[in-house]
Design a protein around this ligand. Structure first.
Ligand SMILES: NC(=O)c1ccc[n+]([C@@H]2O[C@H](COP(=O)([O-])OP(=O)(O)OC[C@H]3O[C@@H](n4cnc5c(N)ncnc54)[C@H](O)[C@@H]3O)[C@@H](O)[C@H]2O)c1
Length: 257
């Protein structure tokens, strides 16, 4: 089978995280050169070392996506190394350990969640768009969540606001850069059991796990690859006439109108 990303350069933010690292590996397997931006310095170097030792074209930058100047500096360094950027997967985000219940949520918690998810996505998109324009096009995949598509009891108000905000960002940006051949879409995963979440799920009673599964028409938890493949679809030419949309990947737990 032809490799979908041969000759392409992809930037994956949150690329050292549970879903991000799997996206990185899948892009590399399909021929891409990949730059990983993550603020987890401990995770990024072993990941890049293992990828390059397997022959991958991969670089890692310790970047806090909340800081525009640092994003711009690192994007320039990726362009010096790989020449251009064709794909941005903006996966850095999450509820970032902030509380779920209103009484416990501080203004700082709200700032953190909005800044990493929304500002981080904005900074990275803004920084890569000039390179995509000069290439005649590109693809951006932003990370929303089922928690931004519905009133999920699992995460709190800041996360819901941030992930709903990603949808507005996606649509408005798609409108702005469509004429440059740049597509902007969002993915909205349901619950994927990466690291910490797997531990939480395993610690639940059987009754609690069944309650989670009862809400999912497909009646099973997904594999991480079941989030990766839809992201790759949105990043690839297979979705060449799709922009400004959101793809729900949740086993049917939330069905949009
Ligand atoms: N796992 C799920 O069930 C799920 C569901 C819906 C949406 N999502 C979204 O998918 C994305 C990836 O989630 P995940 O489960 O892999 O989480 P994760 O915590 O494993 O990965 C997130 C990565 O983002 C990085 N990061 C955090 N703050 C950053 C910052 N300021 N600058 C740069 N990097 C930063 C972290 O170091 C981490 O490596 C997130 O946007 C999350 O909200 C996940």
């Amino acid at each position: 089978m032809a490799k979908r990303f041969e000759g392409k350069v992809a930037l994956v933010t949150g690329g050292a995280g549970g879903i991000g690292a799997e996206i990185v590996r899948a892009l590399i397997a399909e021929g891409a050169s990949v730059a990983i931006f993550d603020n987890n310095s401990k995770a990024i170097s072993p990941l890049v070392d293992s990828l390059t030792s397997e022959g991958a074209k991969a670089i890692g930058e310790v970047v806090d996506v909340r800081i525009q100047s640092s994003v711009e500096r690192s994007v320039n360094s990726v362009i010096s190394k790989f020449g251009h950027i064709d794909i941005l997967i903006a996966a850095a985000g999450g509820s970032l350990g902030t509380p779920r219940d209103l009484d416990e949520i501080s203004s700082e918690d709200l700032d953190l969640v909005i800044d990493v998810n929304i500002k981080g996505t904005f900074h990275c998109a803004k920084a890569v768009i000039p390179s995509m324009k000069s290439r005649g096009g590109g693809a951006i995949v932003a990370f929303s969540s089922i928690g931004g598509r519905s009133a999920s009891p699992v995460t709190g108000v800041p996360y819901a606001a941030a992930k709903a905000g990603i949808l507005g960002l996606t649509r408005r940006l798609a409108r702005e850069v469509g004429a440059d051949g740049i597509r902007v879409n969002a993915i909205a995963p349901g619950l994927f059991l990466t690291g910490r979440l797997q531990g939480m799920f395993d610690a639940m009673s059987e009754a609690e796990r069944n309650e989670v599964l009862d809400a999912i028409p497909l009646r099973r938890m997904p594999k991480i690859s079941e989030c990766v493949e839809p992201v790759l679809f949105l990043a690839s030419d297979a979705s060449s006439y799709i922009t400004g949309t959101v793809l729900d990947v949740n086993g049917g737990r939330m069905m949009a109108n």
